[in-house]
Design a protein around this ligand. Sequence first.
Ligand code: ACO
Length: 401
Amino acid sequence: IDIKTLRGASGGVVTIDPGYKNTGSCQSAITFLNGEEGILRYRGYSIEELAEKADFLEVAYLLIFGELPTAEQLEKFHADIKAEAHVDEDVKKILDGFPKSAHPMGVLSSLTSALIAFNPSSVNVDSEEDMYNAIVKVLGKFPVLTAWAHRKRMGLPLDYGDDNLGYVENFMKMMFNRPNKEYKANPIVTNALDKLLILHADHEQNCSTSTVRIVGSSHAGLYVSLSAGISALWGPLHGGANQAVLEMLEAIKLDGGDTKKYMGKAKDKADPFRLMGFGHRVYKNFDPRAKIIKVAADEVLADLGVNDPILDIAKGLEQEALSDSYFVDRKLYPNVDFYSGIIYRAMGIPVEMFTPMFALGRLPGWIAQWREMRLRKEPIGRPRQIYTGENLRSFKPVNER
Ligand code: ACO
């Protein structure tokens, strides 16, 4: 039984809605999503128009502050972020303490949480100015930490990037710059990454965003709320899906590339296997982000001249699923993560870094949602439950059990 009721704390009834499939947790003016028609808008602007005309930092400003920035506001925003694009030298010691094999999502969650220890005043967000300062700090430092998590895994010296570059270009440099080699940005790749980050920037009350809001609702502070969001994003049913997609494609390749066999497994209810990168909780028509990203993926692959059997397997699965009644009847279409993993792979980003890339894109959305929650003075998030355990029992000492 899904729906039971009991008296709620404010006099209403408590409803049970596993997975909150039909429960709104807040009112929000940030992102509009219509899953039936495949519509996604940030602050009223369509995702298609933003992906085509805006850059990631403009979209970040829009999401967080509600309006597109003027040239002057954007310049100041970028300058303030750049001024924070460094981390305390002691943070490197924490990074050093992780084994190379540590998953970068765990590293990032820990380092983001540690930011509060190095910036204790950032927990005070009583004024808009305090909030702004906490926000630009994390927007400056998070790309550095993300790139460092990657460089640590690769055994490369850490890189602080170049202040003269744009936000995304600078991140690419921090990721890919190699000692004794001049770094040259590829504009098609940078543009595709900018688009990818825009498409991931917010998605209303998904698992990680709800986590950020609920942790923040205890007034725990921005950085620890973000750290909790990073942990939530890590799971394979959420942001971890982009890594899971590539791992699945690799496994299919190793197994002889028989896509039909895996389609069969996905449809077999006795088999826990799911076709990763297909289906979405909200989009029951198509994922508008997937449409945009598919075009970007084709551009990047053509530009880089990538010829990868993994991509042929991906295309095969996509074609089969689109004409298979199991997938069609359940409205299971490729989601944004199906294609993002393919682009990341073509860019030379290792599979464990796929979900951190998602986190980098989602950062402005998390911040915007946290800020909105605080400005609206929302009460602490505290769901109720329906108790299904034992009635009152009396305690037996251990020797009598
Ligand atoms: N492969 C095979 N069958 C699937 C898949 C899939 N990927 N996704 C859903 N189904 C089936 C379910 O078995 C169920 O079938 P049934 O009605 O016969 O029991 C039906 O479709 C509905 O699925 P639910 O799990 O109830 O749908 P829900 O909305 O809870 O889950 C989710 C959505 C988690 C995204 C799911 O589709 C899934 O696991 N997909 C694969 C993981 C993935 O790609 N996640 C990324 C999501 S996008 C993001 O986070 C950015």
